[in-house]
Design a protein around this ligand. Structure first.
Ligand code: DGL
Length: 262
């Protein structure tokens, strides 16, 4: 039997990064993917950055040990805390991370007023500051840090999430934004609820497809054409729970392997 080609590792605190995984699978169907949900640690977004940084190194180390040729940090909070550090710790491994998509939002905003919805961790740290510095010139940016939303998505509580969004998004409606950046990968699964609250005038900016394109660019000629890639699902939490989440979100019946990281 041929040895398995190296895979792309994708990680998040939970199911949020599945929004990125789906895009990578659609754009690079020949690639084997390893999805790592660190559900024993979810949520990342309300933890101190140093703690998330250390944990991200542990998770990335596990993916690299499993043969990942590229690691996607499919989590804005972990990218804010650790992306720069991960590149220093593993200079030989390419990392693709997330940053709030202020650039396209600012470029396409007619009113010059945009909103960003993300976790507290994402707004801390240098990455977000540098995003504003580089891309928000002349544009008003209104931020809302959502503490509980990612967990409501993890728990499949979409009605409660919509209720929470009514309060959270009020300041952005009052500010008159016309673009809303989804600054946490879990929020892709709340697009309908967010649209229902914000109304049709406000466009949501979801970076999932752009992140997948970046993965393709980084791999360049090293992609695997003409084959069907496999996906392995791992969790530090309860495999049965991730299995039901995958069934509920995508209607797939996947085998989920437990991981112990200590
Ligand atoms: N999905 C993660 C992000 O993009 C955050 C969820 C969490 O707080 O763990 O920021």
């Amino acid at each position: 039997m041929e040895p398995a080609p190296p895979a792309i590792g994708v990680f998040d605190s939970g199911i949020g990064g599945l929004s990125i995984l789906r895009e990578i699978q659609a754009q690079l169907p020949g690639e084997d993917l390893i999805y790592f949900a660190d559900q024993a640690w979810v949520p990342y977004g309300s933890r101190p950055l140093e703690q998330v940084r250390e944990r991200a190194v542990t998770v990335a180390a596990d993916l690299i040990r499993r043969g990942a040729k590229l690691v996607v940090v499919a989590c804005n909070s972990a990218s804010a805390a650790a992306l720069h550090h991960l590149r220093q710790v593993y200079p030989e491994v390419p990392f693709v991370g997330m940053e709030p998509a202020v650039k396209p939002a600012a470029e396409h905003s007619d009113r010059g007023v945009v909103g960003v919805l993300a976790t507290a961790a994402t707004f801390q740290g240098e990455l977000y500051a540098s995003v504003l510095d580089r891309h928000a010139n002349g544009v008003e940016v209104h931020e809302v840090a959502a503490a509980e939303l990612a967990m409501l998505v993890e728990d499949g509580r979409f009605t409660d999430a919509k209720e929470a969004l009514r309060g959270l998004l009020q300041p952005l409606i009052a500010a008159g934004i016309d673009r809303l950046v989804l600054g946490c990968t879990h929020y892709s699964f709340l697009s309908d609820e967010i649209r229902a609250v914000m109304g049709p005038e406000v466009e949501l900016v979801d970076p999932s497809a752009a992140v997948a394109r970046q993965v393709g660019r980084v791999l360049a000629a090293k992609t695997q054409p003409g084959r069907n890639g496999q996906i392995a699902y791992l969790t530090t939490g309860d495999p049965a729970r991730l299995g039901s989440q995958l069934a509920a979100l995508f209607g797939i019946d996947a085998i989920v392997q437990p991981v112990e990281l200590g």
